[in-house]
Write a protein that binds this ligand. Sequence first.
Ligand SMILES: Cc1cc2nc3c(=O)[nH]c(=O)nc-3n(C[C@H](O)[C@H](O)[C@H](O)COP(=O)(O)OP(=O)(O)OC[C@H]3O[C@@H](n4cnc5c(N)ncnc54)[C@H](O)[C@@H]3O)c2cc1C
Length: 347
Amino acid sequence: MKVQHNLPLADLTSLRVGGPAATLIELESDDSLPTAVLAAEGPIRVLGYGTNVLVSDKGWPGTIISNRSGQIRVEDDTITADSGADWDELVRSAIDNHLWGLEFTSGIPGGVGAAVGGSIAAYGHRISDRFVSAKVLDTSNGGIETWDGNRFNFGYRRSDLQLPENSHFIILKVTFSLSPSPTGELEYESALKAAADLGLAPDSLENRRRIILEARRRAGSLLTDQNQGPWTAGSFFKNPMVNEAQVDAILSHDESGISRDQLLRQNVIHGGDQARVSAAHVLLAAGFQRGQAWGKVRLHPDHVLKIENVGGASAQDIYNVVQNIISTVKQKLDITLEPEVRFLGEF
Ligand SMILES: Cc1cc2nc3c(=O)[nH]c(=O)nc-3n(C[C@H](O)[C@H](O)[C@H](O)COP(=O)(O)OP(=O)(O)OC[C@H]3O[C@@H](n4cnc5c(N)ncnc54)[C@H](O)[C@@H]3O)c2cc1C
């Protein structure tokens, strides 16, 4: 366990911004999170692989635990992993053991803990559908609890672990139940197109993984070489809930020529007149453009939802662009955008 003081957190995040943690504890392979918590001072936050976080330039006044290692164990149809294990390695282990259910989340960067806390999903498949339980540490008293799906109360890119009143809980270990026979279908147009182009049928685990990785590569959704920029935390905003009138407003501003059907097909329908629409279309309809830049911060030239640090941006620069986007979208379309990326520290 490596304990350091006043070390900038920028290098521990995929956006490469963020000030120092008063104390930074980096876990190594044999270290345990509960032991690190005992050595912590002040308010504690855990970071996984830093791919979904915007750390303030002021840093963090207490202890940051960097948790990037852990074991993955497969037993029959069950897979259990420490929260610091790499998510894609877990998916790989499932595939190597001929277990279905997580293959559509191949290539999502980050660790197992944040994957569960943030309820990750891709190509129409949510990992919460395969979740059984997690061991969770209460850092306020050192107690370890078992949380099931009800306790997490998973939703679209959220769980109750993210509520401010639960910020003293840390995920230690997670268990998923997988299937020895095929589950789910490949439905997404972009993935079906990748399958056709590769000449692969999505009927084996290996093929599904290759198709998804290719679809993600085309969508700019693989975390590429971290030694060079631009740096990103992936899609910055969640797909917002909208009503019929707001769908009309998006279409009336949209210049991409998308039809109502196409726009709604991308949605997760939640009943009534409420649906989610792709946040990317919302940004375009509000007048933002691919490649648009504000100093060292820009929107990805192909994928407008990915906010990038092209090199030398501060966390506040990124935060200001985020606030500009949120207020412009509210003003022009009366849609409330919610960041998917988590903020850490004071802005
Ligand atoms: C290129 C790119 C593509 C992406 N594609 C997708 C995608 O397809 N689908 C998707 O859902 N997401 C996607 N993401 C977002 C990201 O991969 C996920 O949110 C991932 O789960 C983040 O993991 P992490 O370890 O990097 O989390 P971090 O950024 O380290 O942390 C994120 C949050 O989780 C908390 N946290 C971390 N570990 C724990 C723990 N053990 N206990 C409690 N809290 C914890 C942190 O405090 C922080 O609030 C993408 C990101 C990038 C950069």
